[in-house]
Every structure is written in C-alpha cells, then in structure tokens.
Design a protein around this ligand. Structure first.
Ligand SMILES: CC(C)(COP(=O)(O)OP(=O)(O)OC[C@H]1O[C@@H](n2cnc3c(N)ncnc32)[C@H](O)[C@@H]1OP(=O)(O)O)[C@@H](O)C(=O)NCCC(=O)NCCS
Length: 239
C-alpha cells in the first residue's frame, strides 16, 4: 500500500507565538488514525523507534504526528533533524542547538521549538475537554485543597480550571525536565496564582540545584479547540 500522507495529516500548519516576549516557533496538525499505516514512517523519512515495536496503532500514529510536527518546527528554525530519539524518561532527544516540546491530544499534535540559547526549557501541553466525572477522578492527584480553592475562586468553570492546572503542570514538567533529569509528580509544583491567561506556581520542594523550593514559575494558558493549551518557557537567568 502506498501511504497517502495527505489522508493521515490534516490542517498541518506552522504557527508563531510568544511567551512573555520570547518568540517561539511552532507546527501543529490534526491526524486521522483510520489513515494510519506503518509505511507512513519511511514515507516521511522516519523510523518507527524500537520502544514502539509493541505499541498499538493509536500510539504509533500520535508519535508519528508529533515527530512530523517536530521536524517541521525545527526546519522552520533552520535545524535539520533526522529521527528524534527517545530518552530514558521518554523525553525527546533534541538535536544540538534546539530545545522543543511535543504534545498530542485526540486527533491533534503540536511541537513548539526555539533555537535561542536563552531558552533552557520549553513545555507545551494540549488537553481535550474534561467532564465533571473525569475532573473528580484526577482532582486529588493534580491539586490539594488550597490549590482547588484558588481554582474555584479564579475560574467561572472550576472543571475547566482544573484542566488548565493539570495541563500547566504537565507543560512545566516538560520544561523543567532538562534541569531536573528525573520524574516529579504534581505535588512538586503548587498553584499559587490564577491570572488572565496565566497560572503561577511555586516549587514545593528542591527538584535540582537550579530548581529550588519556593521558586516561582509561570505558565501561559489558553482555552481553545474545546480544550486547553499550556506553554511553559524557562529562560536562562544568569546573563
Ligand atoms: C510525560 C507527561 C507529562 C506527558 O503528558 P501527556 O498529557 O500524557 O501527553 P502529551 O501528549 O501532552 O505529551 C507527551 C509528550 O511529552 C514528551 N515528554 C514525555 N516525557 C518527557 C520528559 N520527561 N521531558 C520532556 N518531554 C517529555 C514526549 O514528546 C511525549 O510525546 P512522545 O512520547 O510521542 O514523544 C505525562 O504522561 C506524565 O508523566 N505526567 C506526570 C509528570 C507530571 O506531569 N508532573 C507534574 C509536575 S508539576
């Protein structure tokens, strides 16, 4: 079978955004799982990684869509990338000179990238809409009582607010991973502020020599496509 790229990828397009004045380069797409075929990998000049040898088609498809977005986002920065390998904690191993982040949700995939050496961490997360039942299931894992009170005070829709806090913490995890180099859970960052389009967090514990308890982080949030999108960008502070 000849893989039909267009049947798999839909609405594939570049985008640009800014986080607190820092320009970031993105690429997003939708993908059709019913048009997925393993032959799409070589068709896009990519290899199915060994870690996905036993993965179901949904996982293979979302991974492919994420890697296609990543390659195209990096190409927009003038950085050629072959296969972007998978690190020990599932982190993408970016080519020298690039820092980026991938997310997928439902039929959407996105990659945000930068080649600015001041950017030392980047995290993007997209989440589909969650309902009250799912919110009830994840609430106790994602936030404590004080954080939940902030969400109820700061959002008209507390379920959407919880989804935003969840997504923002995942974006922060991806952005801080290059400094922390280890898994850390949702309790490691405490929601401290709810502002228009932005959530503020405080590190609850020391996570690394450069990420210390009490340190403040901000994550931009936007409700879109029925769900939420979060972006965390860590900048070098020493210069
Ligand atoms: C890793 C995690 C954040 C992914 O989020 P998700 O909503 O399940 O899935 P997304 O599609 O948004 O993101 C998956 C992508 O994140 C990226 N990713 C995974 N682990 C990563 C890491 N350690 N560092 C950076 N990026 C990572 C990968 O590109 C992955 O896609 P791929 O496997 O196809 O390459 C999530 O599964 C997880 O483990 N969360 C718990 C850790 C956490 O969020 N702690 C909160 C700290 S405050």
């Amino acid at each position: 079978m000849h893989p039909n790229h267009d049947a798999f990828l839909r609405e594939a397009a570049p985008f640009d955004t800014q986080v607190r004045g820092q320009p970031l380069t993105g690429y997003a797409c939708r993908f059709r799982l019913d048009a997925y075929d393993d032959a799409l990998y070589p068709g896009h000049g990519l290899r199915l990684p060994p870690q996905l040898a036993r993965a179901v088609a949904k996982r293979r498809g979302e991974f492919l869509a994420g890697r296609i977005c990543a390659r195209r986002a990096l190409a927009r920065l003038g950085i050629a990338s072959a296969d972007i390998a998978i690190g020990p904690d599932r982190e993408p191993l970016w080519p020298a000179g690039a820092i980026a982040s991938i997310s997928h949700a439902g039929d959407r995939a996105v990659c945000l990238a930068s080649a600015d050496p001041r950017v030392i961490g980047l995290g993007i997360d997209i989440e589909s809409r969650i309902d009250a039942r799912l919110a009830g299931e994840i609430r106790g894992v994602v936030v404590d009582h004080a954080e939940q009170a902030l969400i109820e005070a700061g959002f008209d829709d507390a379920v959407a607010g919880l989804a935003a806090a969840f997504s923002a913490k995942e974006a922060l995890y991806k952005a801080l991973y290059p400094q922390v180099r280890a898994f850390f859970g949702f309790e490691a960052m405490r929601l401290a502020r709810v502002d228009e389009g932005r959530l503020g967090f405080l590190a609850a514990i020391d996570l690394s020599p450069t990420v210390r308890a009490g340190q403040a982080f901000e994550v931009d949030i936007a409700f879109e496509d029925g769900g939420v999108r979060s972006i965390a960008c860590c900048l070098r502070t020493s210069d």
